[in-house]
Design a protein around this ligand. Structure first.
Ligand SMILES: [Zn+2]
Length: 325
């Protein structure tokens, strides 16, 4: 499929059908702008945000030990109620040279891998639980969508992958996984939430930039880059930090997709958690993810699901879901 068709397919979504995806995107962008002063990040550069979202976890890294947190990841996912057999057949494959990891489901039933430059520390616990989240979604979705043939609703992929990572980053799960005191687990969870709040800003910023690049063909790449940085109250960026023009047509769907994972997953996690708590002993959420959430990509749009659950698509709801206070 040509890149242009691919982008069009991603942007041909609920936005144009109902207008409510546009409302949600605007709420995400507004929330991100409000988060910058809330987290005392005014005047920083985009590069600083990328740096901060990892560095705020430095203090809690020792809890995760010197090795890549693979065993911690397994334990967390099992604590959420996924079967041991389902979780343990996922393999972690070290690959030097990449800074992050990706999930690979070559054969959905038999070959589930997380590939990456596996390192130690809290950020890697988050990355690994997210990547395993992708593989769980692949495993339990009735059939995986093909963008060409299926009536998919965009944006579910990163959202569903992020849910297990968010649940794995809550204090009760961390306490069990890391075998630490409750007060220590609360400290780790707070650092995780702050890091995820910065990721929220990065996600929204990238998505807003990407959509502008797509919509505003008359401005140059750098003009849009500077315009968006100014709107967010961020320092004038170094040129082309993470938006090299050569890949701009690829980054549009990718960044919008990732923004949903970073910005919308926390409120979705609240809905899931509230309902799961009534049915099972916390932190069990797996039956709800398997039975209801994973099949959603072909049934309902993200926005419709949020509206059905009482969300009004406002910036303050999204900020509240981060539980920063
Ligand atoms: Zn992902």
């Amino acid at each position: 499929m040509l890149i242009d068709e691919y982008c069009s397919a991603f942007l041909r979504d609920e936005c144009e059908i109902s207008g409510s995806t546009d409302r949600l995107l605007n709420a995400m962008f507004k929330a991100a702008r409000q988060l910058i002063p809330l987290l005392n990040l005014e005047g920083q550069g985009i590069q600083d945000l990328l740096h901060h979202h990892i560095r705020v976890l430095d203090d809690v890294d020792p809890y995760f030990g010197p090795a890549p947190p693979i065993e911690h990841c397994f334990r967390a996912i099992e604590a959420l109620g996924f079967g041991r057999d389902q979780v343990r057949r996922i393999r972690f494959v070290p690959k030097a040279g990449t800074s992050t990891a990706y999930a690979s489901a070559l054969n959905i039933d038999e070959d589930l891998r997380v590939v990456g430059n596996l390192e130690s520390g809290a950020i890697w616990y988050r990355i690994l639980t997210h990547e395993v989240g992708h593989l769980l979604g692949n495993t339990f979705s009735p059939r995986w969508p093909s963008i060409v043939s299926d009536p998919i609703f965009p944006y579910w992929g990163e959202l569903l992958a992020e849910l297990p990572s968010l649940f794995a980053s809550t204090a009760p799960v961390l306490q069990a996984v890391l075998e630490i005191e409750g007060s220590e687990a609360a400290e780790v969870a707070a650092a995780m939430r702050r890091s995820k709040a910065i990721e929220f800003i990065i996600g929204a910023l990238r998505a807003e930039f990407s959509i502008e690049v797509w919509r505003d063909a008359s401005s140059s790449f750098d003009e849009i880059y500077h315009r968006i940085s100014a709107i967010y109250g961020l320092a004038e960026p170094e040129p082309n930090v993470f938006f090299p023009p050569a890949i701009k047509s690829v980054t549009v769907p990718l960044f919008v997709h990732q923004a949903f994972g970073a910005c919308v997953a926390p409120i979705l996690a609240q809905f899931v958690s509230n309902r799961a708590t009534k049915l099972w002993q916390p932190p069990i959420v797996a039956p709800l993810l398997i039975g209801e959430l994973y099949p959603l990509w072909s049934k309902r749009s993200v926005v419709d699901y949020l509206l059905d659950n009482g969300c009004e698509l406002t910036a303050s709801e999204l900020i509240d879901s981060l539980e920063l206070i």
